[in-house]
Ligand binder design. Structure first.
Ligand code: FES
Length: 111
């Protein structure tokens, strides 16, 4: 079952950068893209580098699609779908984000 979990205030996020949050026992990487005023939540675990580092990645876009670059081996992951631009068979988990009254909530599978 998935539920919305209140994570933090919008002000807790770093503009155009990432922060890590432990939500329901899972490490998430949250990115606040100021240009489009969007917040994205993805898994913090880099499946290629095999470490919890994605919140340290640089963000940008590839052909208009918001993406993050792993700080380890620089693969690029879509912030929307989680797919890896270089490896079609690899994908990171993405989570729906809701912003309400300056609070950030993430939809996550809770046990
Ligand atoms: S994320 Fe650890 S050194 Fe860059």
């Amino acid at each position: 079952m998935s539920t919305w979990i209140d994570v933090c205030s919008v002000d807790d996020l770093q503009p155009d950068s990432g922060v890590c949050a432990l939500v329901a026992g899972q490490q998430l990487a949250l990115f606040y893209v100021t240009k489009t005023q969007q917040i994205f939540a993805v898994a913090n675990f880099d499946p290629i580098g095999k470490a919890n580092v994605l919140s340290r990645g640089m963000i940008g876009d590839i052909a208009g699609e918001p993406m993050l670059a792993s700080p380890l081996y620089k693969q690029h992951y879509s912030l929307i779908t989680g797919h890896c631009f270089e490896h079609a068979d690899i994908k990171i988990d993405t989570y729906a984000v809701l912003i309400e009254n300056n609070r950030v909530a993430v939809k996550i599978e809770a046990e």
